[in-house]
Design a protein around this ligand. Structure first.
Ligand code: VAH
Length: 317
């Protein structure tokens, strides 16, 4: 049975991924790595082991890997695109210096590593519609620069040292459990909180700005299924395009109004978020993930909207 370390286990992806992994592999086989100030709470704390894991502390993480005989590391430590622009050197320190620590620990201890990339790894010169798996990547954000570097460094450790590195390019992720923090795509989560609370929503992204989005259950399936995939089928590794839906603010507004007809939205565009979004693709081509490890999203805009409204209403009640 696998022994897994989730670094960033209390974040937007980590808080749900840790619980999913514990259901699959057993509570005691999944260690929740966190940083002081972001301690696990509730079921995440009660259901399994947790250790302080700061990606900038190589010796500390190496000790945790040895203590629990870890063979698989999900490295989710990163600053998201908006926060990263205000703290570019910290974004690099966590995203890349931290990744290098993880890859060295994985090389020395024989661990597989999953470190997500993002649609943010593309730039204005990238073909915008049905962006191919292999194409130009000249991002204009430090978030994107760190994600391209993440892909290349992870490939390097596979090719040079045989470290089993794998990853995906996540679109904007939508979930009702742990709110995101500091992302360009966060509007697609925040809008649901406004809808459920009966408040008007002020959208920071302009109408007509399309981005790939994904419901968290599909993202979690991608994390697990890619790491379980037959390595002999993998032609690519870091990082697979995966896609589920592409919409602009008017699209998600219309989807929510099917269930809440009186819901209102106005626009107050935030230049930094808009600049990021304008440099990213409208939609991705995920044919390689489908062919190499049978990726297939289960949720589309309508089914995600229905489930988000139902689950978030229950959670906020
Ligand atoms: C962000 N949610 O907005 C992240 C994502 C596609 C963007 O990586 O920064």
């Amino acid at each position: 049975m696998k022994n897994i370390l989730v670094i960033g286990a209390t974040g937007q992806i980590g808080s749900e991924l840790t619980m999913k992994l514990r259901c699959i592999y057993g509570n005691d086989h999944v260690v929740a790595g966190y940083i002081p100030g972001a301690e696990p709470k509730g079921e995440l704390k009660e259901s399994g082991p947790a250790e302080i894991c700061d990606v900038t502390d190589c010796a500390g993480i190496d000790a945790v890997v040895k203590k629990f005989d870890i063979d698989t590391i999900y490295n989710l430590a990163a600053l998201l695109s908006v926060v990263a622009e205000s703290k570019p050197m910290l974004a690099w320190k966590i995203g890349i210096d931290g990744l290098w620590n993880i890859l060295e620990i994985a090389r020395e201890n024989g661990c597989a590593v999953f470190t997500p990339s993002s649609i943010g790894s593309f730039g204005p010169e990238t073909p915008r519609n049905h962006t191919p798996q292999d194409t130009i990547q000249r991002p204009i954000t430090i978030y994107g620069v760190s994600k391209v570097t993440t892909e290349l460094l992870s490939d390097y450790y596979f090719k040079k040292y045989g470290v089993d590195t794998r990853s995906v390019r996540f679109p904007g992720l939508i979930s009702y459990v742990t709110p995101p923090g500091g992302g360009t795509t966060d509007y697609a989560v925040d809008i649901f909180y406004s809808a459920v609370r009966g408040e008007d929503f002020v959208c920071p992204i302009a109408a007509g700005t399309y981005m790939d989005m994904m419901y968290m259950p599909d993202a979690l399936d991608a994390c697990v299924n890619l790491m379980e995939a037959d390595p002999t089928r993998l032609i690519h590794r870091n990082a697979f395009n995966i896609a589920a839906m592409s919409f602009d603010p008017e699209g998600i507004l219309a989807a929510i109004r099917k269930y809440k007809p009186d819901f209102k939205m106005t626009y107050k565009v935030e230049p930094l978020k808009q600049n990021n979004a304008d440099s990213w693709p409208n939609s991705l081509d995920d044919i390689c993930a489908r062919q190499e490890w049978d990726w297939c999203a289960k949720y589309d805009l309508d089914s995600m909207t229905r489930d988000m409204l139902e689950k978030l209403s229950a959670r906020l009640r």
